[in-house]
Design a protein around this ligand. Structure first.
Ligand code: COA
Length: 179
């Protein structure tokens, strides 16, 4: 079977319904991997409010929140957050893909596309990400996009009732001098 096409675009408020449905479907599966969220996170109204906040941060240049599309359908999110300007010119990557669409290369291709946004649209020089030690799928996504692990942060994230170590990842995007 041919690969589905993977594209990304800026998130819109009318993505709230499909995102809430994906998040609600995967709530149990992700309970040990993602921070606990209030019940409204899994509703269309809650996602609408959240997307409005994300778009406000985008307008202030702090974040680039995108959806991942598989053949035009929303299947996940990829976001550049904590955008810092010169002298750092860097951003932090986060992403998820709905379990119904996982294992088809969407996260790998979506990260590749957002690295282009980070370079060409945002003018950033460096990308960073964190993964849990046991999140091998996410580590594959980062390695396939040229990221290297540079350290382990001990007891870095509190999930599912315990502190977990995380691997820190980095990738430079260009060698141009900071401006
Ligand atoms: C991690 C996640 C983003 C991967 O999305 P995806 O679209 O399935 O990823 P891709 O299909 O592009 O690539 C997954 C890679 O991991 C590999 N993989 C999947 N499960 C694996 C496992 N248990 N062990 C090792 N590798 C695994 C796949 O074979 C693939 O590698 P390959 O391309 O070299 O064959 C998705 O599972 C997810 O959203 N998980 C929950 C949230 C999360 O963990 N986000 C990342 C936080 S750092």
């Amino acid at each position: 079977m041919a690969d589905e096409e993977t594209t990304i675009r800026l998130i819109r408020v009318d993505d709230a319904g499909v995102i809430a449905a994906h998040r609600a479907r995967d709530r149990q599966a992700n309970a040990t991997r993602e921070p606990a969220q209030p019940d409204e996170f899994y509703t269309e109204a809650g996602q609408r409010r959240r997307i409005e906040t994300l778009l406000g941060e985008h307008d202030r240049g702090e974040r680039w929140p995108a959806v991942i599309l598989a053949d035009g359908e929303v299947v996940g999110q990829v976001t550049v957050s904590t955008i810092l300007r010169a002298p750092f010119r860097k951003g932090f990557l986060g992403y998820w893909v709905a379990s119904a669409s996982s294992g088809r290369g969407h996260a790998t291709r979506a990260v590749s596309r957002i690295l282009t946004v980070m370079t060409e649209e945002l003018g950033l020089h460096r990308a960073e990400a964190h993964t849990r030690m046991d999140n091998l799928a996410s580590q594959r996504v980062l390695r396939a996009n040229g990221f290297q692990p540079w350290g382990v942060a001990h007891a870095h994230i509190f999930l599912d009732g315990a502190w977990h170590d995380e691997v820190f990842w980095e990738r430079t995007l260009d060698d141009a001098p900071s401006s």
